[in-house]
Design a protein around this ligand. Structure first.
Ligand code: 5GP
Ligand code: ZN
Length: 114
């Protein structure tokens, strides 16, 4: 999508600090760190939110979580723990309309979130 900031990050039109990339997904450091480790994992296919997921995306979403596990290990937060979270819609706090999963770690995370 031409006006999507994350599609522009995928096409490298907007630079980012990439931590993982393959043919289906990209992971890069969040521009505004909410924790010492804060990575966004996104599909290269433009999907607006969880509400646009369907059965054809099941393998893709599973892949995102397995890559999240690898990134957690690579960035050294696997043993102490981390969180993978998705914000959906206005009340969920979603500000970018391209589905993304935050991987947060490197400090004790509060629950419930604000
Ligand atoms: P949301 O609030 O939609 O769940 O998360 C969007 C995230 O994207 C925010 O944490 C925000 O800091 C991050 N973000 C927004 N624009 C950019 C950008 O241009 N580059 C990077 N690396 N992160 C961005
Ligand atoms: Zn997009």
């Amino acid at each position: 999508m031409s006006d999507c900031i994350f599609c522009k990050i995928i096409s490298k039109e907007i630079p980012s600090s990439v931590v993982y990339e393959d043919d289906r997904i990209l992971a890069f450091k969040d521009i505004s760190l909410a924790a010492p480790v804060h990575v966004l994992i996104i599909p290269k296919q433009h999907i607006s939110s969880v509400m646009d997921l369907n059965l054809e995306h099941v393998d893709l979403i599973g892949h995102i979580f397995l890559v999240g596990k690898k990134i957690a290990r690579d960035l050294g937060v696997d043993s102490k723990g981390f969180r993978i979270v998705n914000n959906c819609g206005e009340d969920g706090g979603q500000t970018v309309g391209h589905i993304h999963f935050h991987l947060l770690g490197g400090r004790g995370l509060q629950w419930p979130p604000g």
